[in-house]
Unconditional design. Structure first.
Length: 365
């Protein structure tokens, strides 16, 4: 049992004015800053975590058009020499060929190990930029500026980076903790409605696996009113992820809890060939599907919460067509699969079974 002093050191949470800060104490500790308007002062925040004054921003053609000039101006005002690499938005850009283009751009900009990359965008941007940072020159620092709800509460925190290959989603990657994460809730106001909804899939997941009060808070709102609790919700979700990642940085045990809904969710994404089916939609549908089968007493409550945020609660695709994609799930071990179930709200559990047994469970046999 940790003493109060040790707990305070491990769970360093501060609020300065309207800024909230969470310290992630992994092998490479860093802060997550949550503050409206933080994008416009990102240069001074980034200057505090690096001695370099040379940076490359990696973004997509949607986010770059919205915030690229703001971030460039802030960095240059803080003394940074800065270039920007932009690629087409969408999951299809999270690929090896685009990664190679990023490497070529970094060479063209004469980036050294002492310089820094900045991921400006959603999960695709953060994942591929993080992997580039982990790989280029065998590792350089990077900062996350997530501009989607899903990226703010999930993919920007914890150090998982990856690209997709034909064999599956996120199968090639590395663990690479950022030097800083800057979450500005104002960026969420420019999101399409369906993209905001997608992020709620991950938020609901956190309530289901760890925090019934957070789940109840989300139950009391809808997609139209969520901005009223946005900063508190983002803070709670990041803090849950912090506690899990600090205990299991490299995904060997407890961190698998964060994959609630993902086993079937990733299968749904793969079935759609990673087009026209968003990750958060897959998470929501996957949570509802496995809960419907294994914890039916919670099913109606979970579905109502997902429906309030315009998320899917299932699929018409036959389970027999989804299960082959589950065979390449990253949580698999030999012939076994680890899946996540919540039999009570706020209490997720990891279950390991032979893959054949998992298939029988999912097909109701």
């Amino acid at each position: 049992m940790l003493s109060a002093a040790c707990e305070a050191a491990a769970f360093f949470l501060t609020e300065v004015g309207i800024m909230k800060k969470i310290n992630i104490r992994t092998s490479h500790p860093y802060d997550v800053v949550i503050e409206r308007g933080a994008v416009s002062k990102c240069g001074e925040l980034i200057a505090e975590v690096t001695s370099s004054r040379k940076a490359v921003i990696v973004t997509d053609d949607t986010v770059g058009g919205l915030y690229g000039e703001t971030v460039l101006a802030s960095l240059r005002n803080s003394g940074f020499e800065c270039d920007i690499f932009t690629f087409p938005h969408g999951e299809q850009s999270k690929c090896l060929s685009n990664l190679g283009d990023i490497f070529d751009f970094l060479c063209k900009c004469n980036i050294t190990r002492s310089d820094i990359l900045i991921a400006l965008g959603g999960g695709v941007v953060g994942d591929i930029t993080g992997f580039a940072a982990a790989s280029f020159l065998r590792g350089i620092d990077f900062v996350q500026i997530p501009t989607t709800l899903l990226a703010q509460v999930d993919s920007s925190v914890g150090g998982k980076t990856a690209v997709n290959i034909k064999g599956g989603k996120n199968l090639v990657g590395a663990f690479k903790q950022p030097s800083l994460v800057i979450c500005d809730s104002d960026t969420l106001k420019t999101l399409p409605r369906e993209t905001l909804a997608e992020g709620m899939g991950e938020c609901i997941k956190y309530g289901m696996i760890r925090d019934e009060k957070l789940f109840e808070l989300m139950e009391s709102h809808t997609l139209d009113t969520i901005d009223e609790i946005m900063d508190d919700m983002v803070y709670s979700c990041v803090d849950i992820k912090r506690s899990v990642v600090e205990n299991d940085e490299f995904d060997k045990g407890e961190r698998m809890l964060l994959n609630f809904g993902h086993t079937l969710g990733h299968a749904l994404e793969a079935w759609h060939n990673y087009t026209d089916y968003a990750h958060g939609y897959g998470v929501a549908a996957g949570m509802c599907m496995i809960t419907d089968i294994l914890a039916p007493d919670l099913s109606d409550r979970l579905k109502k919460c997902c429906e309030a945020y315009e998320l899917p609660t299932g699929t018409d695709i036959p389970m027999s067509e989804l299960l082959p994609f589950c065979k390449i799930d990253k949580k698999n071990e030999a012939k076994n699969i680890n899946y996540i179930v919540c039999r009570e709200i706020g209490k997720g559990e990891i279950v390991k079974v032979p893959f054949d047994e998992f298939c029988r469970l999912m097909e109701g046999k």
